[in-house]
Design a protein around this ligand. Structure first.
Ligand SMILES: [Zn+2]
Length: 107
């Protein structure tokens, strides 16, 4: 497993949770237009926002534990070809495609 795979797994899981809550939110708005169901939209919105904030604020490098932040997390997770310098951690310089264990230590 590589650092990129670890980060991609965290980001993919969080985005999956966000999409599930977003679909639920749209379904509530579409099918339950009664005011008595309006309170359900608040926890659903939190369920959409919380995974996105987790990705931006809490996903860290498994080696140096520095937060990637919104600028680098998707770059590292998905290896976007349009962005430069996406092969190393922006904080510790570790190769994100090198094999490592769960803590980011090279194997
Ligand atoms: Zn790092």
């Amino acid at each position: 497993m590589t650092i990129r795979q670890v980060v991609r797994r965290k980001v993919t899981r969080a985005l999956t949770v966000a999409v599930v809550f977003l679909v639920s939110l749209v379904a509530i708005y579409q099918f339950a237009r009664d005011a008595e169901w309006a309170w359900v939209s608040i926890p659903l919105m939190l369920g959409v926002m919380a995974p996105l904030l987790y990705v931006v604020w809490l996903v860290d490098c498994p080696k140096c534990h520095a937060i990637f932040g919104q600028r680098h997390v998707f770059n590292v997770a998905f290896n976007l070809p349009a962005l430069r310098n996406n092969r190393v951690c922006p904080n510790c310089g570790a190769d994100v495609d090198a094999p490592c264990d769960r803590r980011g230590e090279p194997v």
